[in-house]
Ligand binder design. Structure first.
Ligand code: UTP
Length: 409
């Protein structure tokens, strides 16, 4: 793309300011900036003007048939054996979503590098690997661990794993892949700059994981190893159990193409996405989309109708993911704190949200599956999310849960 082409394209989208410093740049910087402009999908910006932000929900109903803790307890051994067998045959890989920026936590480093220890170093990545190691020990087989990073944190993340000797995991089974980026804008839809030759871009949400995995070539590599199932999970739940043989066994036995670990909500208005049916298909309704009436709605047997919250731990059959690989996913607009260069050329690090990022979300993939096995887990044993430094879903609350589970900090 040359200067004239870029100018015309930007004019079409009201983004001419991206070239404001063009004449001050070196030839290399000019080429770099034009390269960045050519990579941007500007059509996403139209969404900033849409009050529904492009996401429209269908008819929401309760999803019956969650496999509850009582049911799991009765069949645990049988399901575990099915899962362990699949793991021994290398049919299951774990995908760690670690491309987020963790803006709420406020650390400049990848969230997984956060030290939650009190008397010694206990890093989030370390906890995740430690939990996966338990499955390795039980099954006697290494589970491939695929870590998604973003260009913003790739070097820090890979360097950290190396420096800590992969926390005792077999490095041959650990792979990294980088997710795609999308532009960040102010509230008027104008793209921010991070420098005179640098457009503000941010990771495009955790819904891009499968397309990024495909593009990286890693998908083919693991398929050649025999992998058929991908267990995808978030970096910020330090009690997360990956490749959990009981969950894997339950999903395989259900015959469904996907499974989701869920927890009973602590209160009807708890801020978690909830399993539901949308236009007859499995789906997840976000807490802010639940009406007061739905929050307190009951099933005919008196149990709460929208009770099972997702914890970002999903299992997908690769075969089903490939079928939806080219489908367009809903795009979400998220308000975030975005560092930017002001009109005087100074960098500003905002204290509160100052604009939009554009993201696709993994939870929307559940709605694209024919069915989803909703599998309840004990929240005090498997749900310790770290989103904030203090308060709800924080380092403090996660520490409390870790200690309750006998983990020394
Ligand atoms: P969050 O929705 O909590 O986002 O991510 P975040 O970016 O980590 O944190 P905030 O909102 O800025 O404070 C849930 C999971 O999805 C991953 C995160 O790393 C985390 O494991 N994620 C999120 C990605 O891998 N890529 C993204 O673009 C966004």
């Amino acid at each position: 793309m040359n200067f004239e082409e870029a100018k015309k394209l930007l004019a079409d989208y009201g983004q001419e300011h991206l070239l404001a410093y063009y004449n001050e740049l070196s030839v290399e910087e000019q080429a770099d900036l034009l390269g960045q402009i050519s990579m941007i999908d500007f059509s996403v910006l139209k969404l900033a003007e849409d009050k529904n932000h492009g996401v429209k929900k269908g008819k929401i109903e309760p999803l019956p048939g969650t496999y509850t803790l009582d049911m799991v307890a009765k069949e645990k051994d049988e399901l575990e054996e099915i899962g362990l067998e699949a793991i021994r045959q290398c049919k299951v890989a774990a995908v760690l979503l670690a491309g987020g920026q963790g803006t709420r936590l406020g650390s400049d480093k990848p969230k997984g590098m956060y030290n939650i220890g009190l008397t010694k170093g206990v890093y989030i990545f370390e906890m995740i690997v430690r939990n996966l190691m338990q499955v390795v020990e039980k099954s006697g087989a290494w589970v491939p661990l695929l870590v998604m990073t973003s260009v913003k944190n790739h070097e820090d993340t890979t360097g950290f794993f190396k420096e800590h000797n992969y926390f005792g995991y077999n490095a041959e089974y650990v792979r990294f892949f980088i997710q795609d980026m999308a532009p960040s804008t102010d509230y008027n839809g104008k793209i921010y700059m991070e420098g005179k030759a640098k457009i503000s871009m941010s990771p495009n949400g955790n819904g891009g994981w499968f397309s990024s995995l495909m593009r990286s070539g890693l998908l083919n590599e693991i398929k050649r190893m025999g992998v058929e199932w991908l267990n995808v999970f978030a970096v910020d739940n330090v009690l997360q159990k990956m490749a959990d043989p009981v969950f894997v066994g339950g999903t395989i036995r259900s015959g469904y193409p996907s499974g989701a670990k869920v927890v009973g909500k602590a209160a009807p208005d708890e801020k978690v996405g909830v399993m539901c049916k949308e236009d007859g298909m499995p789906s997840i309704v976000e807490y802010y989309e639940l009406t007061e009436e739905m929050m307190y709605q009951k099933n005919p047997d008196g149990t709460p109708a929208y009770h099972y919250g997702v914890i970002l731990n999903y299992l997908f059959a690769i075969e089903s993911l490939e079928k939806i690989a080219n489908a367009k996913m809903p795009l979400h607009i998220v308000e975030k704190k975005i560092p930017y260069m002001d009109t005087d050329g100074n960098m500003v690090k905002p204290e509160s949200p100052n604009g939009y990022k554009f993201e696709t979300l993994i939870l929307d993939m559940i709605h694209m599956m024919d069915n989803c096995f909703s599998f309840e887990v004990d929240r005090r044993k498997e749900f310790a999310p770290i989103k904030n430094p203090t308060g709800v879903d924080s380092v403090e609350s996660a520490r409390e849960l870790l200690m309750e589970n006998g983990i020394q900090l």
